[in-house]
Design a protein around this ligand. Sequence first.
Ligand code: NAP
Ligand code: MG
Length: 817
Amino acid sequence: MTENTENTENIVIREKLKDYGQEQLLKFYDELDSVEKARLAKDIESVDFDLMSRLSQNALGGAVNGINTCEIKPIECIVSPEPGTQIFDEYYKKGLEVIRSGQVIAISLSGGQGSRLGHSGPKGTFDMQLASHKTIFEIQLDGLKELYEKTGTYIHWFIMTSELNNAETVEFFEKNSYFGYPKEKISFFAQGMIPVMSQNGKIFLEEKDKILRSPDGNGGIFSALKKNRVPELAEAEGARYAFICNIDNCLVKMCDPLFAGCIALTGKACLTKTFMKRSPEEKAGVYCISGGKPHVVEYTEISKEMAEMKNPDGTYTYGDANVGNYIFDLKVLKNATDKGLPYHTAVKKVTCIGEKGEKITSAQPDSCKFEMFMFDIFDYIDNVAAFRIIREKEFAPVKNKDGEDSPRTARNLYMKQHKIAMNTPIVEMDGDEMARVIWKKVKEKVILPFVELNTEYYDLSIQNRDMTEDFITVAAAEATKRLGVAVKCATITPNGARMEEYGLKKLWKSPNGTIRGILDGTVFRKPILADSIEPVVSTWKKPITIARHAYGDIYSAAEEKVEKGCTVTMVVKNSAGEIKNTVIHEFKNSDGIVMGMHNETSSIESFAVSCFEYCLSENMSLWFSSKDTVSKTYDHTFKDIFQKIYDNKYREKFEKRGLTYFYTLVDDAISRVMRSEGGFVWACKNYDGDVFSDMLASAFGSLSMMSSVLVSPGGYFEYEAAHGTIPRHYKKYLAGEPTSTNPTATLFAWTGALKKRGDLDGNVFLKDFAERVEAAVFETIKNGRMTGDLAKISTNKNAVTLSLDEFLEEIAENIYN
Ligand code: NAP
Ligand code: MG
């Protein structure tokens, strides 16, 4: 460009801008080099100044497309049919047919950035923080892939971007190889941008050589479709219907076959999805017919009476809220692209070039952005109907960083519609009394909404054990050997009083004893440490896990009362019949008692192996204690076995991880435990474990905060809560009184089992879910919301006591936080 032509152009532009009162656009012109000058000139030339003047006058006058509410009527509404009905089958079949024959395209409106979510890229690239880390684009693409599975046809997906994010969007798909979808079936086109103005009608600069513009709204789709010849292209590929949705709905049913089948069978020009408002006050625009055409009226625009008006079926007459999800007859859409839609003004904050050429951001919303709304197209289209869907199933908007319509609420809704699958079942052993009540509620409120739970169910209630002659307990243990993972509810171990209470045939053995007998193994009891529940021992910072050798010793001893004058000997007879006698005691001076107890080397060895394995899996050091100084054969054998197994099999692995194995006398152990920080596993002989685990449970807070797992050397895991059936609470529950029973240990039994199942099956989603549930328990307690037993001991002064139901409901809300 020569100096002369540059000057002439300069003069023409100056004149033009003067006419429209927009000379400020050239304020920095003289500072620009020739390339920048040319760029600005081109940018200015592309502005429709007549349009901008009109918009500015409208904005200043506050004019909106007013609607006369006196003459509005309800819109025709087709209710999305329920599965199992004839109409459902007809729509669905037709829908799949038109998809299969390539008659449907999908368009996602994705011109916006994720800035309101605190994300710097295009909104579609926002990671929903699911276990899969899928972005919204991938979630929408999943819908199209699913339809490919059903029909064998790849639907052509058009993504409407904007100048703000087109390059980044295309690059995102390129970089991820189009997520396995055929590249030629994903196309991008950019929507238009329109200048941003001050409230005095002055257009802003974004740079000294660039006008500040913003995307022209979702209604900008029509001119963008036209400009990019999308309808023509789609028609050439055989398409007849265009499905259109917003990018920010994680539950959108892409090209929903019911929706497609409905438009194909009813011959409507357009269907628009709606959901029924929950209450007349809900802040959502609703559909109506005004001037013979469909419109969306804002909740502020209709009267209270109209908002409250009901249909015979109880739904609100003006309650169909806009989902932002449409299907158009492509011919109608093509004609509509010629129509100009009205612009609506939004007053927003902007960042632009200030008076002195510096970048400034307004403190208050003070600038006009102009947007077209998609539903204004209905002014030009006849034969439109609403298609009412169920909100929870198809509408999970992601608009705000926190609170309503945030990633958190959307994730929760998404997970309820995409439950986690479990390929292998776990063994579920139900139990008694209050524990059984907790069990059912934990499943209903926390697990079943999110997991396609797969269990083999065994009813270990006292009644069923009595009825099956306790066969059910054996069957459950055998199932655990087969499936590897079990979760057990607390059960009654009957005594005389219980036998009478439940009219039992027999004093059935402890189910835990029976199961342990079959599985062998070690019980690990680990306290669950939560915020504001301080251990009684102030030095304890981390959990101390007790490993109890649950075999032999006094629990399966022979014992006798002995008369004065008797001599008691221990007789050992070997397989050859040789006998060895050892005198235990001569009762010369008094009568008394004796006990003969045993243990087996193989059981002690498997106890030791379980402990070392558990420590490796939990990354914890191991302590073991016994009374070897007094019991030079019995207890010393335990000590020797542990040491030998450690030296031969585990020393190297432990040292590599920086873990230790430490043996000490039981009395030394107890005094060291009291002064320790915690964070280790303490292996105990059967009796020591029984006693010390109860001491630890109450010192750490509450029995309801103690989890327990039986780890068998055969590689089976059985998870349970350490507490019992809580009969005192059960009586209250039966009397209809509210209880504040703590379900934490039961929840952790379930999460333990689900995590283990997830680990064994490589099911990361299941594992992620279980971890989130545990985190949700901690968060709920941290928020000061807890059951009565915890509120009593919590150091949080604002702790609130919740009922069992309330506590579980809050946890469920916090899972996908
Ligand atoms: P328990 O059921 O554990 O209850 C003892 C007390 O501890 C309760 O009364 C309650 O105190 C408190 N507690 C326990 N769990 C709680 C929770 N989740 N939330 C709030 N408070 C909780 O022990 P038990 O009364 O000695 O035994 C009852 C039955 O359970 C017996 O039949 C026994 O055989 C059986 N049991 C089974 C297992 C098992 O299956 N693993 C284990 C132990 C006992 P407050 O009343 O003061 O609120
Ligand atoms: Mg005990």
